[in-house]
Design a binder for this molecule. Structure first.
Ligand code: HEM
Length: 428
């Protein structure tokens, strides 16, 4: 059997060499290069074309998701990988040129990382050299890494002269019912969502991209997540930390992606093929939930726990019947259950693409489990989230067991063509 290591060390296999080597591809390092030259010069690098879905090779560590020349950025419709590191950044510059250089450097670097390459040298030849790549992913494959880059509403304020490019529907989220947001976990001018099948690959991406941002942007808040808590197309439904299947009625068809997720470029052509990302750090009162009776847990979600069936049916994928009543005239799926409030049937047909992850931050200062859901959703109008969360925040039975403590909204441009970078048309 050929192991990953054997194949990497086999100089006679140029395809594998190109695909898997994390050797010092950028030589002297990213930071010293001019943005345009960097983005252009790296564009032609070959990337193994594979997808993180059911067609992926058995050894998922070898799966690479292409970055350039895609209609959309990865990490949105890409079937959710098992781990995420999400980071929001504050820009520390007011110079549009600095922002432009950062976006170009990040784009070129993301292309390298997604191909499974280092961002420069892990071990400089001279003792005085400082490694340009931190090295912790050096022996790992691409692991289906995707890094999704978003722009916060602040990018379009008066700092950078970009206000004319702000899509009309894009602004800071309003305060929503039941919000208990911590300012330290809220907002941000830029976001990076790194997803991978190996947590260290996702961590390495955020660490080294944050390093590249020095002098231009600083991390504002981060969440490390695991156990993908939203099923994508072709995946079995995972469970959130409340033990319920999550993602059963997520968007799974291209027709729904076209209708509800991808931006059609109306009002701002540079957003065509892009989307909006809403990230919410939602804490769970796990101890209270774990003490709750199963009958109440069912009523909270409107679904059964083991099978994940709507309370009006018996199988996970049965269509919920929100009008069905029991013998005593009560709705079988309570009107204030999570799914009754969130379902498209009860929201004028509205749908969003959920791409959430479980997280844990250990114990809090009261000795309680500090864990929850990093809710990430994509939609072509942030108002979809506002409409849903206004309803959920007011009436959801789940509110007894959760608190929204972090929040951010970001415009996610389409993927760049080879030789270009994310959001380049803003600087034309
Ligand atoms: C900790 C917080 C949350 C938990 C534990 C949670 C869990 C669940 C579960 C178990 C389901 C049923 C299975 C499924 O169809 O996926 C579900 C459905 C759904 N959730 Fe959440 N959710 C949370 C927050 C949110 C938020 C903040 C939103 C949007 C604002 C949202 C939107 C939806 C939607 C649209 C559905 C599908 C409803 C349907 O069509 O039946 N959820 N969620």
């Amino acid at each position: 059997m050929t192991t990953l290591r054997d194949r990497r060390d086999d100089p006679a296999d140029p395809d594998e060499r190109r695909r898997l080597s994390r050797r010092s591809f950028l030589g002297g390092g990213v930071a010293g290069l001019a943005a345009g030259a960097l983005a252009g010069g790296l564009g032609g690098a070959a990337i193994a074309h594979a997808r993180a879905d059911e067609d992926a090779p058995a050894d998922v560590s070898e799966t690479a998701v292409p970055f350039y020349d895609q209609t959309h950025q990865g990490g949105i419709a890409t079937p959710p990988q098992r781990y995420v590191v999400f980071a929001s950044y504050d820009l520390t510059t007011t110079d549009a040129g600095d922002l432009q250089v950062l976006l170009a450097r990040w784009s070129a670097s993301i292309a390298q990382l997604q191909a499974g390459r280092n961002l420069g040298t892990v071990e400089p030849s001279r003792p005085s050299g400082v490694p340009t790549d931190t090295g912790e992913a050096a022996d790992l494959g691409p692991n289906a890494l995707t890094v999704t880059l978003g722009l916060g509403p602040g990018v379009f304020d008066d700092r950078f002269g970009l206000a004319r490019h702000r899509p009309a529907r894009f602004d800071h989220l309003p305060e929503l019912p039941s919000d208990r947001l911590d300012p330290k976990l809220t907002g941000g001018d830029l976001s990076l969502q790194a997803c991978a099948e190996d947590p260290q690959v996702a961590y390495h991406a955020i660490r080294d991209l944050s390093r590249l941002a020095r002098g231009t942007a600083v991390v504002r808040w981060t969440v490390m997540g695991f156990g993908r808590a939203s099923a994508g197309k072709g995946q079995t439904t995972p469970r959130n930390l409340m033990g319920f299947k999550d993602g059963t009625r997520n968007i799974k068809t291209d027709a729904d992606l076209d209708q509800f997720v991808w931006h059609d470029g109306t009002d701002q052509a540079w957003m065509q093929g892009g989307t909006y990302q809403v990230a919410r750090k939602i804490q769970m009162n796990i101890e209270n939930w774990d003490a709750d009776q199963i009958g109440d847990q069912h009523a909270v979600f409107g679904r059964t726990k083991q099978e994940g069936a709507p309370l009006s049916g018996t199988q996970e994928f049965d269509t919920p019947d929100f009008a069905r009543k029991d013998a005593s005239g009560e709705l079988v799926i309570p009107a204030t259950s999570h799914v009754a409030l969130a379902a498209h049937e009860n929201n004028g047909g509205l749908k969003i693409l959920r791409r959430s992850y479980n997280f844990t931050d250990g114990m809090d200062e009261y000795g309680q489990i500090n864990a929850g859901l990093l809710f990430i959703a994509y939609m072509n109008d942030p108002a979809a989230f506002v409409t849903m969360q206004t309803k959920l925040g007011r009436s959801d039975r789940l509110n007894e067991y959760i608190s929204h403590v972090g929040s951010g909204v970001f415009a996610v441009p389409p993927a760049p063509a080879t030789g270009h970078y994310v959001a380049e048309p803003l600087f034309g």
